[in-house]
Design a binder for this molecule. Structure first.
Ligand SMILES: Nc1nc2c(ncn2[C@@H]2O[C@H](COP(=O)(O)OP(=O)(O)O)[C@@H](O)[C@H]2O)c(=O)[nH]1
Ligand SMILES: [Mg+2]
Length: 453
């Protein structure tokens, strides 16, 4: 990736009424002059002013009317000179305009390249850059709020506060190495250890936000599975509140996995309906569907295993045990409650159980209660101020390990070793904010962005 060339991309999703094409880099103004004209040309004298003008056709004639704005660096999103052109949306106009921009000398931006430049130019730290992607992919209000707080620097500030304290302690320890003879006003090793523990506590607290953060940010993956014809698709429809899946009395109706997103009791849920699992089928396509069901189950966080209460067999219960991995939270749902007598007792499955009727809606409230308890049984229910990602969590764990060793070595007054481990802890913490980060890590983070961000 060349660092200083001029890049451009369509920043809006295709299909809208308007489209924005962003151009960033030293040649932004020159490129825009090749594709857009106005009686008030963009210039350093009139920065940040949205200006009316026209697209320029390749032959120099005027095309559609459109607006443009020039934001000279460093006061721009990327920190570089930026021009944004607003043109008509849909498919054709933005594509044509972007084509002209690239012909005029810009290079098509890679995914996340604008934000990557913003990070490299010191406009934001790495946690903020990641929050940009989180905000775009946020599907719930809490996911959005967490991303917004991270974007405004909440997580980065906490991390920097910790690393500031760690640097301070490193200076303390290093002074013992540099001036071993002089007893400069040193803090006692007990005092140092007390401070290390305080910082470890803060890092641990941040680490603890990962699991609930994942629920708030990403939601949960809920798979509906069971034998054919027990009412899986009917339950999907009931949960969604509309007829998404085809329901029929013919076993094997659902052949492929169906995915929908829903908000259930405030939790974003990826709801997945699967093909009914049975041992033998002569139908090749149904067989492929069953295979797909099994794979889908392996990635589930919660499973609703559906039984037909009106036709219970031990075989079905055995199949649930054999099919769903033990570590996945499973709820046994006895469907078609409307077909059985009030005296119906749910057979013992070793799983939390509930009887429902997808047809009448009876028992669905209890099912959702059980779902809610299951989601939150291992997580703190209150929305955390900051929620660390898997990347942050790994680095926090590394830092905590290194700090634990630092404490042990400080106790034994092995200051040389203590300093080395403390530097390791600082390095891990600094990688979270991107103060110290390798190009590979950046590549990995920004390649997950969309083009145009
Ligand atoms: N009486 C009754 N019938 C149901 C209920 N849920 C589903 N069914 C019927 O059971 C059959 C199979 O339903 P479907 O949702 O396609 O089952 P799937 O194969 O597990 O997806 C259809 O005829 C549904 O109308 C229920 O709660 N009560
Ligand atoms: Mg079905």
């Amino acid at each position: 990736m060349r660092k200083n060339d001029t890049i451009a991309a369509l920043c809006t999703a295709p299909g809208g009424a308007l489209a924005i094409i962003r151009i960033s880099g030293p040649g932004a103004l020159a490129v825009s002059a090749g594709v857009w004209t106005s009686s008030h040309p963009l210039s350093p004298e009139s920065p940040r002013r949205l200006t009316f003008g026209f697209a320029l056709n390749a032959d120099g004639s005027r095309g559609e009317s459109c607006m443009a704005v020039y934001m000279p660096g460093p006061a721009s999103y990327t920190g570089e000179d930026v021009v944004e052109i607003q043109c008509h949306g849909g498919e054709y106009a933005p594509k044509r305009m972007l084509g002209e921009v690239l012909r005029a000398g810009a290079r098509l931006a890679e995914p996340g390249e604008f934000t990557r430049r913003a990070f490299l130019n010191g406009k934001m730290d790495l946690t903020q850059a990641e929050a940009v992607a989180d905000l775009i992919s946020a599907r719930s209000e809490s996911a959005g709020r967490i991303a917004e707080r991270q974007l405004s620097g909440a997580l980065g500030n906490k991390i920097r506060a910790c690393s500031g304290e760690l640097y301070h302690l490193l200076a303390e320890i290093e002074s013992r190495l540099d001036f071993p003879e002089e007893n400069l006003d040193w803090q006692s090793s007990e005092e140092l250890i007390r401070q290390f523990s305080g910082i470890s506590g803060q890092l641990r607290e941040l680490l603890s936000t990962q699991s609930s953060g994942a629920v708030f940010r990403d939601g949960v993956k809920l798979v509906i599975a069971g034998a054919p014809n027990v009412g899986k698709s009917s339950l999907l429809n009931t949960l969604l509140g509309y007829d998404r899946a085809i329901v029929s009395a013919i076993p094997g109706t659902t052949r492929d996995t169906l995915r929908e997103t829903a908000s259930i009791r405030g939790v974003t849920v990826d709801l997945i309906d699967t093909a009914g699992i049975r041992e033998h089928t002569a139908d090749v396509i149904e067989g492929m569907g069953i295979e797909r069901s099994r794979n889908t189950l392996a990635g589930a966080e919660i499973v609703f295993w559906i039984f037909d209460a009106s036709a219970v067999t031990d075989e079905d219960i055995r199949r649930m045990r054999e099919t769903v991995p033990e570590n996945i939270d499973t709820i046994a749902v006895w469907n078609k409650k409307d077909l059985v007598a009030d005296s119906f007792r749910m057979p013992e499955t070793g799983k939390p159980s509930v009887a429902v009727s997808a047809k009448t809606g009876e028992g669905i409230g209890s099912l959702l209660d059980l779902f809610e308890q299951t989601v939150w049984k291992n997580h703190d229910r209150t929305e955390p101020e900051c929620a660390v990602s898997a990347r942050h969590a790994k680095l926090l764990e590394d830092a905590l390990d290194a700090l634990e060793m630092t404490v042990r070595e400080t106790e034994q007054e092995f200051y040389e070793l203590a300093a080395a481990n403390l530097r390791r802890a600082i390095e891990s913490v600094a990688t979270i904010t991107g103060e110290s980060v390798s190009p590979d890590v950046l590549e990995d983070i920004f390649s997950r962005f969309c083009i145009g961000k």
